[in-house]
Design a protein around this ligand. Sequence first.
Ligand code: GLC
Length: 518
Amino acid sequence: MPASRRGSGSVTLPTGQTLAIHTRIQGEEDLPHATKKTMADHLRKYESLFTLTPQRMRMIVEAFTETLEIGLNKPNQIVPMIPTYVFGWPTGQETGDFLALDLGGTNLRVCLVTLQGEGKFEITQTKYRLTEEQKQDDGQKLFDFCAECLKTFVDTNFGERDSALKPGQNLPLGFTFSYPCSQERIDHGELIRWTKGFGAANTEGRDVAEMFKKSLEKYQLPIQLTALINDTTGTLIASHYVNPRTKIAVIFGTGCNAAYMENVKNIEKINHLGIDPAAEMAINCEWGAFDSFEHEHLPRTKYDAIVDDTSNKPGEQAFEKLISGRYLGEILRLVICELIDEGVLFLGQNTYKLEKPYCLDTAFLSLMESDPTDELLMIIGIFTHFFALETTLAERQFFRALAKLIGRRAARLSSCGIAAIVSKMGYLEEGCMVGADGSLYNKYPGFADRVHEGLQDIFGEKGRNIITHHAEDGSGVGSAIIASYDKDQERRWIVHSCLNYRQDEGHCDSAKNRQIAM
Ligand code: GLC
């Protein structure tokens, strides 16, 4: 008789589901399982595929830095380095009530933000879940849904606050639309391409601010769209509002992207606009697109190539596809499926549940890595509960090691992106803070430590000068602060002088403006 042991526990998944584990561990002879030695041999192969040496990382940083420069110099580049028309850092003294709407990857969020000055704020918010159909349906319908949710929120929160809304008065709204949009002004944005699996029709190439205003009118909302922003830009401004040492913001969520503050004189592609060269403007890098199409610089494995080929946007977002939460679970699943096909794993068991693309959520990798038990009970729970598969301890240790390789590679590649901005801006000596947000950063065990370790591998001891910290809510607070910039006279002056210049110089033809402003 094989020995049997028992274990039990429970865990709450990020999806809100509670997974109760009550396991009786049989001896390992019942099913034909791979031996410990076989698993160790396989692991060595994956280690060499997924490990990034410091030398390789430095090469990536060099190519990355060059790509950032090119994006600033020339319009329409793969990494578009988008000028956001968000001028300069907040003073911390911004005040007032602002609405913020956040259309990210998974949810739609509506917030009422009260900026109180001195880096303080209050926030009231409601979240609405987006369905897969809404992400693929007609774009105008998606914006209509946003307006409908806003209406519900305004009716609920302002119904009785008559002092807050007088007849004819409009509430200023910052719209965080976290997809690459080329901008000519702060309340404009032409969608370059959908990312993160979105594909709503009739939207790419159009001004999403305009589309959204149409939806606001349809629902007769007393709201004025004052700013269209990216989540990274919002995070940059919000994090600086509370921590002025923050110079860079990065999102590690369903997507991956960064923003930083650039000197206008260095944004060569908009030099002709005549904006004060001494001014500063936030740049939305859209670095998720780094190495797209050509695939020259990043260490892509065949699993990454499959993720890419089977995505709704093959070739695009090459950097993001190696890092973001949308893809890490799928990479692990593809490795496991390969070993199933080779007859190494789960012989004699029905693996159909695991063969469904994207069924292995990145949250599972977090759970696998953080399993505190010797028997790896959490991993037993995941495989039995979600995939009806039995595993041996050797296999579970292998899965955990694989998750670690994939998670660590994502963090180290992220360090390369941060290092590129740090090098470009010369922040290494004086050091800086990096505001970071998103499910990977906030929930994946050890992600931040691995990013820091990566920065030290790239820069040596000085890498310690670059410190990431959990960012303030960019899509809510950041968006409100930026919406408040509209009231700021000095900033207005910069924008107006830029617009006047464009009229004087005959740059008003909109097609031309579209090109030059990117
Ligand atoms: C994707 C989007 C980008 C966004 C990021 C994080 O990369 O293209 O705009 O900032 O996801 O949400």
